[in-house]
Ligand binder design. Structure first.
Ligand SMILES: NC(=O)c1ccc[n+]([C@@H]2O[C@H](COP(=O)([O-])OP(=O)(O)OC[C@H]3O[C@@H](n4cnc5c(N)ncnc54)[C@H](OP(=O)(O)O)[C@@H]3O)[C@@H](O)[C@H]2O)c1
Length: 437
């Protein structure tokens, strides 16, 4: 049998401790699958005394993950610390430069330094595997990088943040407010104490930027993503969406268009009957549309210790099965040096259907004025409905419009016009509609 693969794990938190536990519990099975043993030979975290729920005494302890990254005791450096700079970046870079394979679950790191790190890995002939960085346990990287050779991707989109999907699912199912759902999600451990990163779309954007690079062979451009979070979604939107045959999801979407590549993260209406609309709670899903295959949808657990460990261990097993001297495939599907600059499509030219919810004064002429603004901007309407508002707000009405395909620029101009007309009593709500099978 080949020599054992020696793994150093940096970070022994939710994911790191799970990886160590599964490597121990499934050691015999992994040896059968990989043709060699996989042993945890080194570990690093901040607190050497903390109980990790798994016996790590046989592994050498390192206070400094950067030292571990180049230690003679390891063949693979597994980075499970997190963060786009600091020890995670320093240690991954050091490991690659020292000719060690790297496995990481760190989307923030890849979104910022992925291409530079891939260049080092490819130069050194080592693997940089990152399955767990996008959609946790769902094997989307492998699917796109390996199983879809020859396919040209036209669009990739998905539910990439479990916290947001959990909140939107409960808002719809229980009719409770965004704030109440968020508090509950925090109490149950589905949302961080500071939820901004998840709720405002940053986490989805990091994952999307990696998928975009794989899909279109472009350099990662995480800072160039149009982003809107879910904190403005109200019960009125969820109910109106339901009445119209839609469900609201926070989607990350990357799409090739005539003017470049669109990368956007925003609340989106998808048809209630579509497959992605059936993805509830903390579950993630990724849809990939290609010229040969058509549309593929993968769904499953996007976070949590075991689900994420599953993807990390799959990456480690691939390294165990690889042989020295074997030419590894490029990290982002094409050689890092050949990744093209990302040509951003302007959000103003985004084409699609729109849901617009307006709260207006209940007076004569308002409805006609809204319809005129739409017509002036060549927006054709699929439906326009008004509802009286009862109780204290009886002097107001809700007007809900659904447009046929139009552009973002036209919708913004029309809504600005309606706002200037002075008919609105509240901020207008605009939600994009996404085509989904
Ligand atoms: N949690 C998930 O469901 C999930 C899903 C997908 C991807 N990920 C990614 O996986 C990575 C780890 O996430 P996590 O949830 O496991 O984080 P976590 O529970 O906060 O664990 C982080 C670990 O890093 C260690 N650490 C922090 N600074 C360190 C340093 N300077 N040197 C050595 N170790 C250091 C901590 O040590 P101490 O324990 O001693 O404090 C801890 O063990 C992140 O990149 C995250 O984005 C997580």
């Amino acid at each position: 049998m080949a020599e054992a693969l020696r793994v150093g794990i940096a970070g022994l938190g939710t994911v790191g401790a799970s990886v160590a536990r599964v490597l121990r519990d499934k050691a015999a099975e992994l040896t059968r699958q990989c043709g060699r043993d996989i042993v945890v030979s080194a570990v690093s975290a901040r607190d050497p005394k903390r109980d990790r729920g798994v016996d790590l005494n046989a592994a050498k302890w390192f206070d400094d993950p950067v030292k571990m990254a180049q230690a003679a005791e390891i063949d693979v450096f597994v980075e499970l610390i997190g963060g786009d700079e600091g020890p995670a970046f320093a240690a991954v870079k050091t490991a690659l430069e020292a000719g060690r394979h790297v496995v990481t679950a760190n989307k923030a790191l890849l979104a910022k330094h992925g291409v530079a790190l891939a260049e080092i890995a490819e130069k050194k002939g080592v693997l940089l595997n990152y399955e767990a960085a996008v959609a946790g346990g769902i094997p989307v990287i492998k699917t796109m990088r390996e199983a879809m050779a020859g396919n040209s991707v036209t669009r990739v989109f998905g539910i990439l943040n479990g916290t947001c999907n959990y909140i939107l699912t409960r808002m719809e199912a229980e009719g409770i407010s965004f704030d109440a759902c968020l508090k509950d999600a925090q109490r149950l451990g589905y949302a961080e104490a500071d939820p901004t990163f998840d709720i405002e779309g940053h986490d989805t954007a990091h994952k999307l930027s990696i998928l975009t690079s794989l899909a279109f062979g472009t350099k990662i451009a995480a800072n160039d993503i149009y982003m809107e979070g879910i904190s403005n979604i109200t019960q009125a939107d969820i109910r109106a969406a339901g009445d119209l045959g839609y469900r609201i999801k926070l989607l990350g979407v990357a799409q090739r268009t005539e003017s470049g590549i669109e990368q956007r993260v925003h609340p989106t209406m998808v048809p209630t009957a579509s497959v992605i609309a059936q993805v509830h709670g903390v579950i993630n899903a990724v849809a990939i549309e290609t010229d040969i295959l058509g549309e593929l949808l993968l769904s499953g657990p996007g976070a949590g210790g075991n689900a994420t460990a599953s993807a990390v261990i799959g990456d480690i097993a691939d390294i165990a099965k690889s042989r020295p001297g074997f030419q590894h495939g490029p990290v982002f599907g094409r050689p890092a040096r050949e990744l093209k600059p990302y040509k951003k499509a302007q959000m103003r030219s985004h084409a699609g259907g729109y849901f617009i919810r307006l709260t207006v004064h209940d007076r004569i002429g308002v409805f006609a004025a809204i319809a005129k603004r739409m017509a002036d901007n060549d927006i054709s309407l699929e439906s326009i409905v008004q509802h009286a508002i009862s109780g204290e707000a009886a002097a107001q009405k809700t007007v809900i419009l659904v447009t046929h395909e139009t552009t973002e620029a036209a919708v913004r101009k029309a809504v600005d016009g309606i706002t200037k007309d002075g008919h609105l009593t509240d901020k207008p709500q605009v939600i994009r509609i996404e085509r989904a099978g």
